[in-house]
Design a protein around this ligand. Sequence first.
Ligand code: 3SL
Length: 235
Amino acid sequence: MPTLDICFSPDLLPLYDLRGRIAVVVDILRATSSIVTALAQGVTHLVPVETLAECRALAADNYLTAAERDGVQAEGVDLGNSPFGYLNGIVPVQGRNVAITTTNGTRAMHLSRAANEVVVGAFLNLGAVADFLRQQGRDVIVVCAGWKGHFCLEDTLFGGALAARLAPDFDVTSSDATLAALDLWEKASPDVAAYLLKSAHVRRLNRLEAHKDMEFCVRQDEYNLVPVWREGKIV
Ligand code: 3SL
């Protein structure tokens, strides 16, 4: 039976062997939620890059640029890291390619490159990701983007929610990380938004007046798509 393990921070990835596994990278607030939303709104592909300079440079190749540092949109780019940037119509995104860099989410993707496949997970596409993983039948590791190496409640909750969806077809009991995430998920659901009010990143986003983003990002099964990062592009 395939296993599901959870890595609570990208800084812990050296402890894991990703080869042969599917990595589900998750940054609920907000990078992976924004990526899923972008593709659902007709973005053709996204290129996750590590630096602001790389992101800005791709504008010359007709990419829209999306960049965030410390929760705030970077200077001189088209979009920040709010899913509403892809929904509000201010910047038309249909049929465009997007270069994206964020503090933690895109970093977690790059650090997961050794995996057999890198998939973008969010509550918004939870069911689609679970169906995809069931079809693949491989061992899975959920890579929580966290915050600058630190543990985050919201990404861990996604790990618990995914484990709950995949049991009993996956082994979700051999890793203490998965057991802890399942317990947390049980405690937080069904009102995940209420539970997350105490989290560090929600408090951070509230200071940036982005509370609506959290309410949107905890919606489950809004989109039926599974972004995968192949040959440099998230499609
Ligand atoms: O760090 C990230 O990747 C972001 O998702 C953080 S923020 O939600 O844009 O602040």
